[in-house]
Unconditional design. Structure first.
Length: 428
């Protein structure tokens, strides 16, 4: 009996040993596969399928660049790989050494060639960019491509004190990026010379290029709560925040800063069949914007004022905060000496004719009938538009003079016709 038990136990022991060996083998195979698979991109995209295989890298796209070559982990023996990418991996001699990056400029879009060497230095407040501060665009067609929203946050955040460039210019200076500017432009068959204003210290880019930066890039405490349960006491210390979130960790600028939009919208403009950049229309200045666009009047096909086509900013002429007062001498900044006198003459002309139009309206309404209703309504609409605008033609002198000329001529015709009719009746 005991021999039978021993025989059965031995048989079960052998089976158990074989089963254990098989199980251990399976575990080893799985572990081996798990540890080595991350070296192949195919393993990573099983989960990270939103990231394209077309890695934005100077190496040949045919070469299989393993994810682990960039996503190292501090613990080399760990199975998990690092999400963050350290600068030394990017700037390794086999990839993008700093010596080569700093040696030449790179053309990016239609702006001044980009200089890596001006962006890799340490700034005055110990703030320093990492490679992934700019190259952080994920989930798009190309993995690791440039995130231009970061450029906007650094260059245009109004809540920060702008660091100076090596040339002692503020980093918000337009000319840092925009040097390939069209020097001449045809407006109303006249040549506008851009270079004549570039060197004019009294004229700034934003005098003409209106609302091209929208947003202020401020940091709201609610942004902190996306990651932190409690907002730190050093929230207002920008140097600390940058050192922790950019220096120690890879945090996208736009994760904390409100987005900033740089650029302008284009709208179709029928003038010359062209496409012009348009200002944003403020509702509080709706009449003024309409007049500058050559719209709002009756009986005349208007054209936009050249200042509108040049996207002139209200503050270019209205130097007060409320945009109400303007000194005619301001015109000389762009148009040259003596233009203030021309403007004053034109405004006196418009003022005289506006009073004349009002006088004619009062007179003609006595003769109003079904034949004159439309003409009187048009004249009233033009009178109201010009009065509400308040610039006496400065916002679009050609359009205003055309509106006044048409309405005055039509009302005079009605007056003459009724005068002739009265004279004829008296003779009869």
């Amino acid at each position: 009996m005991f021999d039978e038990v021993r025989r059965l136990n031995k048989k079960h022991t052998i089976k158990l040993a074989i089963s254990s060996a098989v199980a251990i083998g399976i575990v080893l195979v799985v572990m081996f596969t798990t540890v080595t698979s991350p070296k192949q991109r195919q393993f990573c995209i099983n989960c990270h399928s939103n990231t394209s295989l077309n890695i934005s890298c100077k190496k040949s796209s045919l070469k299989d660049i393993a994810c682990g070559e960039c996503h190292h982990h501090e613990n080399k023996d760990a199975i998990a790989m690092g999400v963050e990418i350290n600068d030394e991996y990017c700037t390794a001699e086999s990839c993008h050494p700093l010596s080569k990056l700093s040696a030449k400029s790179l053309q990016y879009r239609k702006i001044t060639p980009f200089e890596h060497k001006t962006h890799t230095r340490e700034f005055s407040d110990t703030f320093r960019l990492k490679c992934t501060s700019c190259h952080a665009n994920l989930g798009r067609e190309r993995h690791f491509e440039l995130d231009t929203k970061t450029c906007n946050v650094c260059h245009f955040t109004s809540t920060l004190k702008y660091p100076d460039t090596q040339g002692k210019k503020p980093i918000s200076d337009c000319a840092l990026c925009h040097t390939h500017i069209k020097k001449t432009l045809k407006i109303y068959e006249k040549t506008f010379r851009h270079d004549a204003y570039e060197g004019n210290e009294k004229v700034s880019c934003t005098d003409c290029h209106f609302k091209i930066v929208q947003g202020n890039g401020k940091v709201d405490k609610e942004s902190c709560r996306q990651c932190h349960g409690k907002v730190g006491d050093n929230f207002h210390n920008a140097s600390d925040m940058h050192r922790i979130h950019i220096g120690a960790y890879k945090t996208a600028c736009t994760s904390c800063h409100d987005p900033i939009i740089h650029g302008w919208l284009k709208v179709n403009n029928p003038v010359d069949g062209g496409e012009y950049h348009s200002q944003s229309v403020d509702t509080c200045a709706e009449v003024q914007n309409l007049l500058m666009m050559g719209k709002g009047g009756a009986g005349v096909e208007g054209e936009p004022d050249p200042m509108y086509l040049a996207t002139l900013n209200c503050s270019a002429c209205h130097k007060d905060k409320l945009f109400t007062n303007v000194k005619s001498q301001v015109c000389n900044n762009c148009h040259g000496r003596g233009f203030d006198k021309i403007l004053s003459e034109q405004r006196r002309f418009v003022s005289f004719n506006l009073q004349l139009l009002n006088t004619l309206l009062i007179k003609v309404k006595k003769y109003q009938n079904i034949n004159t209703d439309r003409i009187i309504q048009e004249a009233e609409a033009n009178y109201t538009l010009i009065r509400k605008d308040g610039s006496l033609g400065a916002h679009n002198i050609k359009y205003v003079k055309d509106l006044l000329g048409r309405s005055i001529e039509q009302l005079k015709r009605i007056t003459r016709q009724n005068s002739e009719r009265l004279s004829l009746n008296e003779e009869l």
